[in-house]
Design a protein around this ligand. Structure first.
Ligand code: ADP
Ligand code: MG
Length: 701
């Protein structure tokens, strides 16, 4: 970075950054009011804030205002910004410039440009939803996520968040089903609240996604073909010291990293992304960024931008940001904890209530979530599936592949009271009566948190910890919203059918629900070796790999569930399963090929060289009748020789499984090959080892 840039940066900070720049690059309420005629501004804001349908007649005004605003910020292009099923985001820029006459041009951006676009979508995954001869995909403006400006060195682009679908309306993206699932859960919650006598209000589903990542020096990265091509190291011996001392977690952040983080935050704040916390994570070179929670659609978009910003800013700081779930074996992997809650008219339904009525609502909603997670654990597991996350889940430092719920001591005791109809020993009162009692205080103390649980109640929200660091949150949140919608509806059906005294019926219903679904509640150690056995006894599904997990998408009951709630059509479900399976297969095979190539063309020559050098030394010693040292050399040569033989056998085996194209076989063969390579790493002269080592990558930055 040039000196003048540094100076400018420093002065921006002293001039009151970030407050003055927060949201500066977002077409926010202030910009809307400033750049739109008041009638159109009012209508647009009603769509954004209250979820009213968009009035198409304001499109021209909005487009014009948006363009003026964007051009004033240096934008020359616009793009629809969407999330195809690649796991990333997509954009195709179009200049505002429109030639007119000879060597003259005007700038133009019409309502039509804003509202919809056509894209040649033949190269995006569609999972068979669209044949290549009708390869058009359509983008459509999502006014609930504001347009924003992306800046680069010498210009800027206006980005318009859109959904992406095929000609006949089938969703080809991550956002469309999320929006549909929010509608589904909103409808169900309005229905439930109606039963509690509450008038219709706006339902907001919120998400706070904590993002974990690794930073390593770029110098190391470019020397590791595995990192370059797969985002993870397929080889690497464990360093003597890694995370045993817990000295990285929450440790003082090194200045170079802090500079990076500060730059990331400055960019995010400009985009109105409420980056709030930053800290060192458990593994060396691992960090976390968490924004304040927001409306789920916005939070999901923002998470995509956070990942992009982390990558870009890392690059300009000589780092590489690794978002893979398990870049390094033997130390913690990276997750994306998704904190989720639902508010009705601004009141969080997962916040234990202060009045008996609020308490009843809280317990009912809580029970609905418990029922949903128990009945649809397979879908939740599926929503976190992927080749990268397979390496992390169940790895003794991340939630297991078995879905369960942690409630905490106090809430567990309350649930027990409801279930048994008897008060716990220490409460000093009779059992909880729905509609009469309030909850005992539920502490929101961090010490009460069970970090081994994949789905934990944390005071006023659920934290789904299974999703991986690289995954789009929309996938898991779409499932969560849908299964909760179904569960809330099922409770409403039962209450409607019951017809007696509401509170008594509700008490009986909750009792039944807890009895039926309590097997999903687990407060013990989710990493412990006993849990899988206990879970099996309880009949909880355990799906260790993506292969089993994505099969949930083919279960006719699940397909019907998504169809009933208008979230995925049967065709969309099938296409998503197809895409997930293909993604898993491709990533696994790429990993296998990379491992094979490194082993054959980088590791083997170095080991063979070392072997010959030492063997020659032994021969020379024999010729000159030197005996000292020969014993040591011989021992080493024998080990290297055995390693070379192993390497040969294991490479051949990997090659064969690759030819068969069997992903699970490849994973096993790579693991097997790795044990040989990692053992050789410790035998070969350090200065000759061709790959940067863990002890360098994880500590030198
Ligand atoms: P942790 O101790 O797990 O880091 P925090 O309290 O820092 O937990 O919160 C983690 C995330 O949860 C943040 O993004 C925060 O904004 C979000 N969060 C807090 N309350 C809610 C809520 N009611 N709904 C959704 N997310 C929430
Ligand atoms: Mg957390």
């Amino acid at each position: 970075m040039a000196k003048s840039d540094n100076a400018r940066e420093a002065s921006a900070r002293s001039a009151g950054f970030p407050l003055s720049s927060y949201g500066e690059d977002v077409f926010n309420e202030e910009a809307i009011k400033r750049h739109l005629p008041s009638g159109s501004a009012r209508k647009l804001l009603a769509t954004i804030n209250d979820g009213l349908p968009l009035d198409p007649s304001i499109a021209e005004d909005v487009a014009h205002g948006m363009k003026e605003w964007a051009e004033a910020k240096g934008a020359t292009h616009f793009t629809h910004w969407f999330q195809p099923l690649t796991g990333g985001t997509a954009e195709k820029h179009e200049a505002f410039i429109e030639p007119c006459g000879t060597a003259e041009a005007v700038s133009r951006f019409s309502g039509r440009n804003l509202i919809g676009g056509e894209a040649d979508a033949s190269s995006f995954p569609s999972g068979g939803l669209r044949s290549t001869f009708e390869a058009r995909g359509y983008t459509a403006w999502d006014p609930t996520s504001p347009a924003f400006i992306k800046r680069h060195g010498n210009g800027a682009t206006l980005c318009i968040p859109t959904v992406f679908c095929s000609y006949n309306g089938a969703a080809l993206d991550a956002k469309t089903p999320l929006l549909r699932s929010v509608q589904a859960v909103s409808r169900a919650v309005v229905r439930l609240m109606g039963m509690f006598g509450r008038p219709k209000e706006h339902v907001s589903v919120t998400l706070g996604a904590e993002q974990e990542y690794f930073l390593i020096d770029r110098e190391f990265y470019v020397k590791r073909p595995d990192l370059l091509q797969t985002g993870r190291t397929v080889f690497g011996a464990a360093p003597a010291k890694h995370q045993q001392l817990d000295d990285h977690y929450y440790g003082a952040i090194r200045p170079r990293v802090l500079k990076f983080m500060t730059e990331v935050e400055e960019r995010l704040w400009r985009l109105g992304i409420p980056a709030k916390t930053r800290h060192n994570e458990v593994a060396p070179a691992q960090f976390e960024l968490a924004p304040m929670f927001e409306d789920i659609n916005l939070a999901a978009d923002h998470n995509m931008l956070i990942m992009e910003t982390l990558r870009l800013v890392a690059e300009s700081n000589g780092f590489v940001c690794l978002l893979h779930e398990k870049p390094f074996d033997g130390v913690n992997g990276s997750g994306k904890h998704c904190n989720w809650s639902v508010a009705y008219g601004g009141r969080n339904l997962l916040s234990p209530g202060g009045s008996p009525r609020d308490n009843a609502i809280f317990l009912t909603f809580l029970s609905a979530v418990i029922r949903a997670v128990d009945l649809h654990a397979d879908l939740l597991r599926m929503s976190a599936a992927g080749a990268g996350n397979d390496r992390r889940l169940g790895g003794n430092e991340a939630p297991p592949a078995i879905i369960s719920i942690f409630l905490g001591d106090e809430l567990s005791a309350v649930m027990k009271e409801i279930e048994t109809g008897r008060a716990g020993r220490k409460t000093g009162r009779t059992a909880m009566k729905i509609g009469v009692d309030t909850l005992p205080p539920i502490p929101r103390d961090a010490t009460d948190r069970n970090r081994t649980s994949p789905f934990a109640f944390t005071g006023n929200k659920f934290e789904f910890r299974a999703p991986g660091s690289s995954q789009n949150c929309s996938v898991s949140q779409t499932v969560l919203n849908t299964i909760v919608a179904e569960s809330v509806d099922a409770i409403c059906d039962k209450l409607e059918a019951a017809g007696g005294d509401f509170n008594e019926e509700l008490q009986k219903l909750l009792q039944r629900l807890i009895r039926k679904h309590k097997r999903i509640l687990f407060s013990g150690d989710g990493y412990g070796p006993e849990w899988p056995q206990e879970a099996a006894k309880r009949g909880l599904p355990n799906m260790p790999t993506t292969v089993e997990a994505i099969a949930a998408m083919s279960d006719p009951a699940n397909v019907a569930l998504f169809e009933r709630y208008g979230v995925y059509s049967a065709g969309e479900s099938a296409s998503r399963r197809e895409i997930a399976a293909e993604d898993y297969r491709s990533r696994t095979l790429i990993e296998g090929r990379v491992a094979l190539e490194i082993a054959r063309s980088m590791i083997r020559p170095v080991v063979a060289d070392e072997f010959s050098r030492l063997a020659a030394a032994i021969a020379t010693a024999a010729k000159d009748s030197i005996r000292a040292g020969v014993k040591g050399l011989r021992a080493l040569v024998l080990k290297l020789g055995a390693g070379l033989d192993d390497l040969h056998v294991k490479c051949e085996r990997l090659d064969k499984t690759l030819r068969r194209g069997d992903p699970r076989g490849v994973t096993a063969a790579v693991r097997d090959l790795r044990s040989t390579v990692d053992a050789l790493e410790e035998l070969v002269d350090d200065s000759r080892w061709p790959l940067p080592k863990y002890r360098e990558m994880l500590f030198v930055y």
